[in-house]
Design a protein around this ligand. Structure first.
Ligand code: SF4
Ligand code: SF4
Length: 60
């Protein structure tokens, strides 16, 4: 199972990851980005590649 790490110091809550993740792993609530259901991650690396701040790390 992949571990999704977000560097909160780098993240500017742009929502790109929320919109592109095919498994709906990211949720933005009250300006806080949360990782939910990480067991559903299909390890496509789209979030890591598309995050404008390079704030996401997918670790397998
Ligand atoms: S794509 Fe990157 S900067 Fe944007 S909300 Fe997600 S983690 Fe934060
Ligand atoms: S690797 Fe793919 S499925 Fe996993 S969190 Fe990132 S975008 Fe979503």
């Amino acid at each position: 199972m992949a571990t999704i790490k977000i560097d909160v110091a780098k993240c500017d809550r742009c929502k790109t990851c929320v919109e592109i993740c095919p498994a709906s792993i990211f949720e933005l609530h009250n300006k806080e980005l949360n990782v939910v259901n990480s067991q559903d991650c299909i390890e496509c690396y789209a979030c890591e590649e598309e995050c404008p701040q390079s704030a996401i790390q997918v670790i397998i």
